[in-house]
Write a protein that binds this ligand. Structure first.
Ligand code: NAD
Length: 458
């Protein structure tokens, strides 16, 4: 088991001021794989103080100095690609090829793209030349960055890199469930030579460490990604001191499929939508809205495909599926749920659906050890619920597991109504071989990102 008990504060790895040990569990085996510490208020105070001091000089560094360090970080990240992939596979239970291509890949692409944005960014823009008026873009200050476990390095690089590029200093609190990839990134930041105190990492839970960070008076901005419930708690904690907060929250996205869609593409897109990353994606398409004339062929084929899927009981040595890449719909293996509490939460949704008399097309249970191929692992069968009521929890709430709920429509208007029938509005996809129809419906769906597609590729 790895010893990862220290925090990265003021340019060095330091012991927690009051130890609070916590085990990181490998979700594919349920065995501990590392021991970390959960920070307390004093650890957060030390990290924020270090970031505050570093801001005095970091905020005045030139764009070229910051670009140079980000370039070094990018090269170090690429050199450590395999280690990052294995780390994410271990803490998330992600199949190694998925971790390598997508989880680690997104981290690299964010470092690269923010580096390019910084390169092109003008921190001084003329507003009115005649009146000699200029707009100066200044770094915000000390940023608290709080991230979830489901795309660990993706979420972390999305926050850390732009903050450092802008001249801010940061305290990162990654999810306690998948903190190892962030600790590896901290080592890379150290190796790249960022000045002391610019980047700080304190591991911890939400209730103690997270709360100490969000309520700290010297935090100038909070960037949070996670569940809607936690987001509203953070907003509440920030209200008295009017800190700026950026929130990226949960989802319950709809996949609308018209009966003129190619059947194989419809099945593939459906599987990819609710099974990728074990269904643990904010934009997972967990509500299927299918045209009634297409329901039978689609669901029959979907059931057949789902019941053939093997379980990924050894993610790190999972066979490399070569050209069967994510883009093609990497759903030929079932990933475990990240931890015991999430596993229980998903099962609770399924138990409640059973009690409410919801019809299960397939799945609904924990697979037996023989089917999985080993004794442990937080696995759940890919599950499809049909004829779900619109007010049912499985239609309205984020389950965050391999669970798909299905409703039907006959007209375009009904399709829009079904797609818009939750409080969430993160993403959505409309499939039809008629591009004009797909666009018409997509334009009426209330979600941040809507894809209109005839073949699942956007
Ligand atoms: P979560 O809300 O439980 O935790 C997220 C982070 O917040 C963790 O680091 C946690 O320790 C911390 N936290 C918890 N309570 C806190 C508190 N009171 N104060 C401060 N910090 C606190 O979410 P999770 O289970 O880690 O992640 C899954 C959720 O994240 C899902 O809802 C998913 O949709 C969402 N998500 C959204 C996006 C997006 O871009 N919209 C991306 C990825 C994940």
């Amino acid at each position: 088991m790895q010893n990862k008990k220290n925090f990265y504060i003021n340019g060095e790895w330091v012991s927690p001021l009051e130890p609070r040990p916590f085990q990181v569990i490998n979700p594919a085996t349920e065995e501990p794989c590392a021991e970390i510490s959960l920070g307390k208020k004093k650890d957060i105070d030390a990290a924020v103080l270090s970031a505050k001091k570093a801001f005095e000089t970091w905020s005045f560094t030139s764009k070229d100095e910051r670009l140079d360090l980000l370039e070094k970080l990018y090269e170090i990240y690429k050199k450590n690609w395999d280690e990052m992939s294995k780390t994410i596979s271990l803490e998330m239970g992600a199949p190694i090829d998925f971790a390598t291509q997508l989880q680690t890949g997104t981290g690299a692409s964010h470092i690269k793209s923010f580096k390019n944005i910084l390169n092109d960014f003008k921190f001084e823009k003329i507003l009115n030349e005649e009146k000699n008026q200029t707009v100066l873009y200044e770094p915000k200050g000390v940023c608290a960055l709080i991230t979830p476990w489901n795309w660990p390095i993706n979420q972390v690089t999305l926050k850390v890199v732009p903050a450092l590029a802008a001249g801010c200093t940061v305290v990162l609190k990654p999810s306690e469930i998948a903190p190892l990839s962030s600790m590896l990134l901290a080592e890379m930041i150290h190796e790249a030579g960022f000045p002391k105190g610019v980047f700080n990492l304190v591991n911890g839970d939400g209730a103690v460490t997270g709360e100490a960070l969000t309520s700290h008076p010297d935090i100038d901005m909070i960037s949070f990604t996670g569940s809607s419930l936690t987001g509203s708690k953070i907003m509440e904690a920030c209200a008295p001191k009017l800190s700026q907060v950026a929130l990226e929250l949960g989802g319950k996205s709809a996949l609308v499929i018209f009966d003129d869609t190619d059947l194989d593409k419809a099945v593939e897109t459906t599987m990819k939508g609710f099974l990728t990353n074990g269904g643990q994606i904010c934009t997972a398409h967990t509500r299927l809205v299918v045209q009634d004339s297409f329901k039978a062929p689609l669901l029959n084929k979907l059931k057949e495909e789902l019941e053939k899927l093997p379980f990924c009981n050894d993610p790190i040595t999972e066979k490399d599926r070569g050209d069967r890449a994510w883009e093609d719909g990497m759903t030929d293996v079932v990933q475990p749920i990240v931890c015991e509490s999430q596993h229980k939460k998903v099962l609770r949704f399924l138990d409640e659906a059973k009690s409410a008399g919801v019809e299960f097309l397939t799945g609904g249970n924990v697979p037996d050890a023989e089917t999985v191929g080993n004794a442990g692992g937080y696995f759940i069968q890919p599950t499809v619920l049909v004829n779900v009521e619109r007010d049912a929890d499985v239609w309205q709430k984020e389950v965050f597991g391999p669970v798909l709920s299905v409703r039907t429509f006959s007209t375009e208007q009904e399709a829009v109504l079904e797609a818009n029938s939750t409080a969430f509005g993160l993403a959505s996809t409309v499939m039809s071989s008629d591009p004009a129809k797909a666009m018409r419906v997509a334009n009426r769906i209330r979600a941040g990102a809507v894809y209109a597609t005839s073949n699942g590729e956007g």
